[in-house]
Write a protein that binds this ligand. Structure first.
Ligand code: C2O
Ligand code: CU
Length: 468
């Protein structure tokens, strides 16, 4: 019944004519349906204050700020530099990145550089920054791709309050592709006045918090103007704390060129794309529609277990074709990268993801224990390992490993159709995903966890010790 109360509280003007499209599943609040907007939706940029061509030096401040999420209503969020998403940090492969960070929040925080291979003391796990404190993050951008940053302290609450931003590292391949547009997908739970609220209760604790506003670079249903024949490249990031986005653009293929921080071997056209929390997808859309037509990039129904997720398509991003005649654009390169096949022979491990219902709450486990009691895995740099991630629960879990990339071999009995590198993979309920991990990164103690952030905090988190 909480759900009905929420529908009523969102405000009649927003809901006029769309009651039929409101029903969420039990665990998820109904999504606010809204007309497309022409409001600007480009991500803000962090100015590079260093004149040296191979050093990117920026300032980030975590602070409360008021952001317009719904017309006429300001929502108080926690932001990086006052904007949602946080500003884009842009570098080239090989650049040194220096981030002067200050915490203006009322509690400790850190910045974790999701997917970036960097020294462990820069990973945002140690070195908590207290209120009023500062920390300089410094690392070399080794890999081209789209990465993102977010706190690793009380992450469900802090990310849910708006703390997330993107780091784009450009490589030589980018020159042969259309210019990418960073597109950060997330959600927020707001009340009728635009105030950020939070859901609680057993069901939410089990499924993770989902919002009632679907945000694309912080805007509800922005408009992307396209011309027929054009190739539009979107660098998608799922920064939501729990929400899965199952993306589809009716009548169009989505051509994947990269996922997480890496290129695919060759472009892979797909009908739809499941982007789970933490993942990125670099996608080229060939605008094959007719001049003057309009449609939406949608998130389709997806049940991620315990009736969480959405049960009807929701419009995320509105595409509007200009009435100008179509143009022709060069084909994408046939091959993008060479992906070495991994032997994965130095160790075989089994990582069992579980959940158990206790008195009033759900406990999340890895190999039967909750963080920090999960036994440490130990290995050595440059090893290639095979991990079977066995999901023994009735809910999907997005599995994320810090500091290294892996290749997904099979999902259940199905081989993965294309070769690529990932740092986050969905492990469907009651299914085993086999990955091959290449420990080519820095030594240290690295986290791995479910990227439904409430699950990670509920215990589905553990550590991997990598010795030099
Ligand atoms: Cu993006 Cu440990 O997380
Ligand atoms: Cu999970």
């Amino acid at each position: 019944m909480r759900r009905m109360a929420q529908v009523g509280s969102v405000g009649l003007s927003l809901l006029a004519g769309c009651m039929g499209a409101m029903g969420g599943m039990n665990g998820s609040p109904p999504v606010v349906v809204r007309a497309p907007t022409d409001a600007p939706w480009e991500v803000a940029r962090a100015p590079d204050t260093n004149a040296a061509p191979t050093i990117v030096e920026v300032t980030l401040e975590a602070r409360p700020a008021q952001v317009a999420l719904l017309d006429g209503r300001l929502t108080t969020l926690w932001t990086y530099n006052g904007v949602l998403p946080g500003p884009l940090i842009e570098a080239n492969v090989g650049d040194e990145v220096i981030v002067h960070f200050t915490n203006r929040l009322p509690e400790d925080t850190t910045i974790h550089w999701h997917g970036v291979r960097l020294p462990v003391e820069m990973d945002g796990i140690e070195n908590r920054v207290p209120p009023g404190g500062s920390f300089d993050y410094r690392f070399t951008a080794r890999d081209a791709g789209m990465f993102w940053y977010h706190p690793h302290v009380r992450s469900e609450a802090q990310v849910g309050h708006g703390l997330y931003g993107v780091l784009r590292v450009n490589g030589p391949l980018d020159a042969g592709l259309p210019a990418g547009k960073p597109v950060v997908l997330s959600d927020a739970l707001v009340d009728a006045q635009g105030g950020l609220t939070t859901a609680s209760g057993m069901m939410t604790q089990m499924t993770g918090v989902e919002g009632n506003l679907l945000l694309v670079n912080g805007v509800v249903r922005p408009t992307l103007n396209v011309r027929a024949g054009e190739k539009v490249r979107l660098q998608l990031v799922n920064a939501a704390v729990s929400r899965y986005f199952r993306l589809s653009l009716p009548g169009h293929l989505l051509t994947l060129v990269g996922e997480d921080g890496a290129w695919l071997e060759r472009p892979a056209p797909v009908q739809e794309l499941l982007l789970v929390p933490g993942q990125r997808a670099d996608v080229v859309i060939e605008a094959t529609g007719s001049p003057g037509s309009e449609l939406d990039l949608q998130s389709l129904a997806y049940d991620r277990g315990h009736s969480a997720g959405s049960n009807e398509p929701a419009n995320l991003l509105h595409l509007r074709y200009s009435s100008q005649p179509g143009i022709s654009t060069p084909a994408l390169p046939a091959t993008l990268a060479t992906i070495p096949a991994l032997a994965g022979a130095s160790a075989s491990r089994t990582i069992r993801l579980g959940e158990s219902m206790g008195m009033g709450s759900t406990t999340f486990t890895i190999n039967g224990q909750s963080y920090p009691n999960v036994p440490l895995i130990s290995s050595k740099r440059l090893r290639e390992e095979t991990w079977d991630i066995v999901n023994e629960s009735p809910m999907d879990h997005p599995f994320h490993l810090h500091g290294f990339f892996f290749q997904v071999v099979t999902v259940g009995s199905k081989p993965v159709g294309h070769a690529g590198w990932r740092d986050t993979v969905n492990v469907p309920s009651n299914t085993t995903v086999r990955i091959k991990v290449l420990l080519d990164g820095f030594p240290g103690r690295w986290m791995y966890h479910c990227h439904i952030l409430g699950h990670a905090e509920g215990g589905m988190m553990a550590e991997l010790q990598v010795d030099p």
